[in-house]
Design a protein around this ligand. Structure first.
Ligand SMILES: [Zn+2]
Length: 266
């Protein structure tokens, strides 16, 4: 039997309000043994930490401020995140980074908020869950300033170019892949990226309820919840990795799980 770890789900999203227990159980039934809830703001990180505490050993959480929420960053934010990071189910700092695609927060505010969280990760020595969209150059240059002291870091939901992937790996970062990799029309280039990235340097995630993998069979969608992505679909992300790399699903499950356990110390 394979075991999978979903390193990024948004279980506090309102799409899951009515059936959290079922969603977790469906995931466990699909061999997804552990899941990490992504914290995207102080409030959301607090909610994620609370939810994770209800399922010890199964759910974990990150604590951080997404670049979209950087405008909510204030003088109390870091102290509140630091407090959350003292809880043992809160295993990672983030998600944090830069998003110049949608610019929901001003870029200079995003940068201030990101740097403060890099400093927090150095202080608490918990791994970083990073977000970068359309901001590669600036993101890399800020991250590199802190790199010598940084704990381990993963750039989650990677959809960038092969050159960007190479640069991240060369700087010691890991990459997280979602169901986006099965969208071969929109993200055709990711096949080449996945063939390049060593299995030892990647982890997998569903980013549920977003990023529904294209290869989930309709019968399964009907059984659970149509059009909503769930952590139970993580094996389909692994399936695409296996297909692109020409290796067995077992190998992908085994190594990505090993990576996630070591990375998050779970
Ligand atoms: Zn993200």
């Amino acid at each position: 039997m394979n075991t999978y770890i979903d390193i990024g789900i948004n279980l506090t999203n309102k799409q899951f309000h009515d059936d959290i227990d079922d969603v977790v159980q469906n995931a466990l039934d699909a061999d997804v043994a552990q899941m990490i809830l992504t914290g995207t703001s102080v409030k959301n990180s607090e909610a994620s930490a609370r939810m994770a505490r209800e399922y010890p050993g199964v759910l974990y959480a990150t604590a951080g401020i997404h670049p979209h929420d950087a405008k909510s960053f204030d003088a109390q934010s870091i102290a509140k995140l630091r407090d959350l990071l003292k809880q043992k189910q809160v295993v990672s700092v983030g998600e944090c980074g830069l998003d110049f695609d949608r610019d929901f927060s001003p870029r200079n505010v995003q940068e201030t908020c990101y740097k403060a969280q890099l400093e927090l990760a150095i202080e608490v020595q918990k791994p970083l869950f990073l977000h970068e969209r359309a901001a590669f150059t600036r993101f890399l240059s800020i991250t590199k300033e802190y790199l010598p002291q940084l704990p381990k870091a993963v750039v989650h939901c990677f959809t960038g170019s092969l050159q960007e992937a190479k640069t991240y790996l060369d700087n010691g970062l890991l990459l997280g892949f979602t169901g986006a990799i099965s969208d071969t029309r929109r993200f055709e280039h990711l096949k080449e990226v996945l063939q390049y990235v060593p299995l030892e340097s990647m982890m997998i995630e569903t980013d549920a309820p977003f990023m529904l993998p294209k290869n989930v069979p309709n019968s399964l969608l009907k059984k659970y919840h149509e059009r909503r992505c769930e952590p139970a679909y993580l094996p389909y992300v692994a399936g695409t990795v296996a297909q692109f790399k020409g290796i067995s699903l077992d190998k992908v499950a085994e190594q990505t799980t090993k990576n996630a356990r070591a990375f998050f110390a779970i």
